[in-house]
Each structure stands twice: as C-alpha cells, then as structure tokens.
Design a protein around this ligand. Sequence first.
Ligand code: C5P
Ligand code: MG
Length: 197
Amino acid sequence: MAHTHMLNIVIFGPPGSGKGTQSEKLLDKFQLKHISTGDLLRAERAAETELGKQANAFICKGELVPDDVVIGMVRNFMVNHSDSKGFIFDGFPRTVNQAIALDSMLDESKTTITCVLGLEVGENELVSRLLLRGLSSSRIDDQDENTIRTRFKEYQNKTLPLQDFYQIQGKYCSIQGTGDLSTIFHSLCACVDKARK
Ligand code: C5P
Ligand code: MG
C-alpha cells in the first residue's frame, strides 16, 4: 500500500506551549488522527494497567517515561489506526531515540514526517499557563511549580536537541505561540501547506 501522500505532523514545543489546543484545530482541518502520548499515558494510568502504573512514577515527578515504553505505545496506536490519512504527533517524540524510532515506524508504512511545527513561548508565560491549567484540571504535574521546573529541565536536556535533528532535515518550522489562538493556527497551517508542496 502506498502511503506517501499521508500527512504526518509533529507538533513540538515545551509543556504549556499549546500543542494540545492547536492539535485539536489541525485534526479537524486535515482529518488526521491525534497521537497525544501524554493523554495515552494518563489513560493507561486511569485504567490501572501495568504500563500505567510504571509510567505514573515518572509523570508525577515531571520526568520522562523510558523510551521503550513510549515507543511501544505509539507503535500500537499506529498499527491500530493504519487506515488513517495521517497523524499528529503531540508530545512525541521527546528524545532523539524516540525520533529515530518514529522515522523507522513511518518508513515501515512507506511514509515520512511532513513537517515539525515548533511553538515558541517564553518560560514565565509557560509557568503561569500551566499553573492556571492545574487549577481546573486534575493534572497534578501542573499544580506544583517544582514539578513544572523539572519538566522544563527534561525538555531542555532531552527534547530541545530535536530542534536541530529536524532543522537539518529541513522539516522544522518555528511559530510564535503567544497571542491570538486563531492567528497561531493560521501560521501553523501556512507551514503545513508549504511543507506539502
Ligand atoms: O505531553 P504531556 O505534557 O501531556 O506529558 C505529560 C507527562 O507525560 C510528561 O511530563 C512525562 O512525564 C510524560 N510523557 C513522557 N514521554 C512522552 C510524553 C509524555 O514521558 N513522550
Ligand atoms: Mg498536551
């Protein structure tokens, strides 16, 4: 089966940069399947699976769940949605190893990443967004400033190197993630359209 026409978007950025919010809008427009690894991990935890229990300790501390666990979960999702027109990867990949695994999983389906959309938001704004979200959601990792700082450190050390990884491939597109939601959305769409040509 030829899947080369698939549209595969990675939405990239630090915690609180709006990946989930903008993913919802992109899904709608482009008819894609959403792979939010954070949501999948939280669902596993709620279902009290072995994987969920394993992941919980890391999530509570704001640390990254080991690569093999997350990669296996994404692989399952992709296998179960192999008829999809494409995917939005939200919160994945978070490490270079995860990015290499993603490339090879897509390659197995004869497809590739179309573009990586990087949302840029300053750290002070991120902290206040996350604390605000923590007030109304049940996410304990949004309720404690120390946990939030740990998540930023993980992002700096393990996730940020992916910017170079994708920039070298000409796939990275940087977008200002502050201001009006629909303005941000239009900038994201412009990057997608450019990458599809
Ligand atoms: O993506 P999200 O911010 O919802 O992730 C919440 C938490 O889930 C992260 O702080 C981390 O503990 C865990 N996670 C992970 N690896 C991923 C995605 C999420 O370890 N690829
Ligand atoms: Mg999210």
